[in-house]
Ligand binder design. Structure first.
Ligand code: MF3
Ligand code: CO
Ligand code: CO
Length: 262
């Protein structure tokens, strides 16, 4: 197994800037997203703002990914490819996943947006979106020295079970260490067993990014583009993601919204 890198105080300072770019762009996406917009327009916006903020969009050309941001509406779980023919409509829920590379480091975060406003979306969609955000926060609350990676997944799994909504937790895609690499050790699975997995130590940086389906946890990878991951049963899916640092005292959310939005 690949070793988990421990970032120095200096490296963390550099990485904070990449994370701040990511969070700033997500704040801005919230201001421009509207019904009738194509996901290609979201891509153009994210690409332009990333460059203006002195960063590079990490997804572009990553393992052949053709765009600068992942845009995943409704039953798309993750890795949706922006396209001019994908039009966001009132009542859609959509995940926007931004990763910026600056100072030699990556910052990775994603949020859900209600297209046309929260009131335009069904109660089922709203409930899924908020439960998934809470699942992320429940996972983040586990992060401190002395805890293990498995504690994060266990807490998320327990929380989702307690909602008694029959939601499915996606297992095939996970959180991940990041820093100088987009994806590095450890793998952060969103289910698990307490007291298992790598021990959390100050200076570790990784994402937590639960993907929760309103129906079955089963996923289907698009045979057309080889990237888009959908729910196998066509049910809605939600995801929220933060980059987190393990500190002596506990944790720091590195991709916190500068405007206090998330
Ligand atoms: N940002 C995604 C994650 O959270 C990864 C996207 S990989 C891409 O890990 F190639 F699709 F961009
Ligand atoms: Co991401
Ligand atoms: Co990620």
């Amino acid at each position: 197994m690949e070793r988990i890198t421990i970032k120095t105080a200096q490296e963390i300072e550099l990485m904070r800037e990449a994370c701040r770019v990511t969070a700033t762009i997500l704040d801005e996406v919230g201001e421009i997203i509207r019904p009738g917009m194509s996901t290609e327009e979201i891509n153009s916006f994210v690409h332009r703002r990333t460059v203006e903020l002195g960063a590079i969009p990490s997804p572009l050309n990553y393992k052949g990914f053709p765009k600068s941001v992942c845009v995943s509406p409704n039953d798309v779980i993750c890795h949706g490819i922006p396209a001019p023919f994908v039009i966001l409509k009132e009542g859609d829920i959509v995940n926007i996943d931004v990763t910026s590379f600056k100072n030699g480091f990556h910052g990775d975060s994603s949020r859900m947006f209600f297209v046309g406003g929260e009131a335009a979306c069904t109660p089922e969609a709203r409930e899924l979106v908020y439960a998934t955000r809470e699942a992320l926060m429940v996972g983040i609350r586990e992060v401190r020295p002395g805890k293990r990676v498995g504690d994060i997944g266990a807490a998320i799994q327990q929380f989702i079970k307690e909602t008694k909504r029959g939601y499915g937790i996606v297992k095939e895609y996970t959180g991940h260490g990041l820093g100088r690499e987009f994806h590095e050790a450890p793998q952060v699975v969103h289910v698990g067993k307490r007291g298992t997995g790598d021990a959390l130590k100050p200076g570790m940086t990784f994402t937590i990014e639960p993907m929760i389906n309103a129906g079955s946890a089963k996923t289907a990878l698009s045979k057309v583009d080889g990237w888009t991951v959908r729910t196998a049963d066509g049910s809605l899916s939600a995801q929220w993601e933060h980059t987190v640092l393990v500190t002596d005292a506990g944790h720091e959310i590195m991709t916190q919204s500068p405007k206090g939005l998330f």
